[in-house]
Design a binder for this molecule. Structure first.
Ligand code: PGA
Length: 256
């Protein structure tokens, strides 16, 4: 069975103090509710990571930690960048790659995403690779080629050659932070397409074991119907991960 996963991407929100408060509220609720059925990943701003991990590490069995981005380079003269190796060395296990906000505001291409994924796997981490179409691409009936291109160009074959861990997140750009959610059917259709791509490019076994998350305006109220669809193994949550109660409700909705 695939791991059920709910990841909370805080984006550029919260001070370190607010972050501590949020995690301290969530942890007791998550411990009680999920009992190992769902893997919860918190992805705060990089600045908060070390502090949060050292404060909450004794209870981290119900939580893992992720970073929102990393450099495409391993080390050197890249002012402002943080390497995958640095993130892994402080206890981060997961790193987002190709979030649509990075693609849109920082001109990140599929090829750059591929380089970042290579750095993450070299460092021993698990990439969470985000794909998704814009509204225009959906209206022009180009969802399949756009997603396939993101997968073809972004995912290095080394992943399959060495059976390395990978999570894929389908996040339709038009649904992120807009309050518009893909219908369960729309989400399931694209998740099925991604699963099929994995079968043909990797293997049946990798396709069956790779968790594919849905992201885009997931809330406590709509999480269960999305998470119950075939091929939807959990969610990548933005806005609703900034409130402890709503995030925990979403985590609960993912329990099968
Ligand atoms: P949202 O963001 O839940 O606020 O729509 C999702 C994401 O960007 O990962």
């Amino acid at each position: 069975m695939r791991t059920r996963i709910v990841a909370g991407n805080w984006k550029m929100n919260t001070t370190p103090e607010e972050g501590k408060k949020l995690v301290s509220e969530m942890i007791p609720m998550i411990d009680d509710e999920i009992r190992g059925a769902v893997h919860a990943i918190l992805i705060p701003p990089i600045l908060h990571l070390s502090g949060l991990m050292s404060l909450f590490s004794n209870r981290k069995q119900s939580l893992s930690w992720g970073a929102q981005d990393c450099s495409a380079h391993s080390k050197g003269a890249y002012t402002g960048e943080i390497s995958a190796e640095m993130l892994l060395s402080v206890g981060v296990s997961y790193i987002l790659v190709g979030h649509s906000e990075r693609r849109a505001y920082h001109n990140e291409t599929n090829t750059l995403c591929r380089d970042k994924i290579l750095r993450i796997i070299e460092a021993g981490g698990c990439p969470i690779y985000c794909v998704g179409e814009t509204l225009q691409e959906r209206e022009e009936d180009r969802v399949t080629p756009v997603i396939e291109q993101q997968l073809n160009e972004g995912l290095p074959e080394l992943l399959w050659e060495k059976s390395l861990p990978l999570i894929i997140a389908y996040e339709p750009v038009w649904a992120i932070g807009t309050g518009k959610t893909a219908s369960p059917h729309q989400a399931s259709e694209v998740h099925g397409l991604i699963r099929h791509w994995l079968k043909t490019h990797a293997s049946d076994q990798i396709a069956d074991s790779t968790s594919i998350l849905y992201g885009g305006s997931v809330k406590a109220e709509n999480a269960a119907e999305l998470f119950n669809m075939p091929d939807v193994d959990g969610g990548l949550i933005g806005g609703a991960s900034l409130q402890s109660r709503s995030f925990v409700e979403i985590v609960k909705a993912c329990v099968r």
